[in-house]
Design a protein around this ligand. Structure first.
Ligand SMILES: CC(C)(COP(=O)(O)OP(=O)(O)OC[C@H]1O[C@@H](n2cnc3c(N)ncnc32)[C@H](O)[C@@H]1OP(=O)(O)O)[C@@H](O)C(=O)NCCC(=O)NCCS
Length: 178
């Protein structure tokens, strides 16, 4: 789908392809330190991107600025759940299902945040998931409790908080029924 941003730029939202990897590498390297602290499902170098997608199990999505020909947003849907996330949800008495639950990690380029790109990308992903067996969307390693922007974003899109946990920082677990 094509999204017309507030600044009139045309942003194509679509699945990531292998031919996007170089541009994805530069998108990730150019995220601010603040965004890098909050989004890190895999390392950002090209070798790690290749390794992450080589088994074809996770699906990447991008927002692509059609005029500037650059990636402005990147999200991942992992089929199934991570062990650490699974263990915490079991403790909440909400056991996860590797076959029907998926794990979500979103990001938007710093200069593009708060302009509706994240929302549009999530709506695209949600519509794609409705066509599959997916039942619940789990946040990838939760969301940092200080990440107000992301927490508002998840709440706006219907995610519910199910618990809290500590790493080096405080975090919330949130999920959505597809
Ligand atoms: C979190 C993130 C994906 C949201 O995407 P986005 O494109 O910035 O968000 P949108 O512009 O689509 O806004 C959607 C909602 O998010 C919330 N939001 C966005 N910007 C916000 C801000 N500056 N302050 C508070 N809430 C904000 C609002 O609820 C907003 O809805 P509204 O516009 O109706 O008020 C993006 O900001 C991002 O990549 N942040 C850095 C990486 C990150 O934190 N990833 C998540 C890790 S858990």
């Amino acid at each position: 789908m094509i999204y017309t941003a507030k600044n009139k730029a045309k942003i194509l939202i679509r699945k990531l392809e292998t031919t996007d990897f170089l541009k994805l590498n530069s998108y990730l390297e150019n995220l601010s330190e603040a965004s890098k602290k909050r989004f890190g499902p895999h390392p950002f170098d090209l070798t790690s991107i290749l390794a992450f997608y080589e088994h074809g199990y996770d699906t990447g999505y991008i927002g692509y600025d059609l005029d500037k020909e650059e990636i402005v947003a990147y999200s991942i849907i992992k089929n199934g759940v991570l062990d650490d996330d699974n263990n915490r949800y079991t403790n909440y008495n909400l056991p996860l299902n590797q076959q029907t639950d998926v794990t979500f990690a979103p990001s938007v380029a710093d200069t593009w945040q708060s302009q509706g790109v994240g929302d549009t990308m999530f709506q695209f992903i949600h519509a794609e998931l409705r066509k599959t067996q997916a039942k619940r969307i789990i946040l990838w390693a939760g969301v940092q409790a200080t990440n107000e922007k992301a927490i508002n974003y998840y709440k706006k899109n219907g995610f519910k908080k199910v618990g809290e946990f500590s790493t080096s920082v405080e975090n919330y677990d949130m999920y959505l029924e597809v």
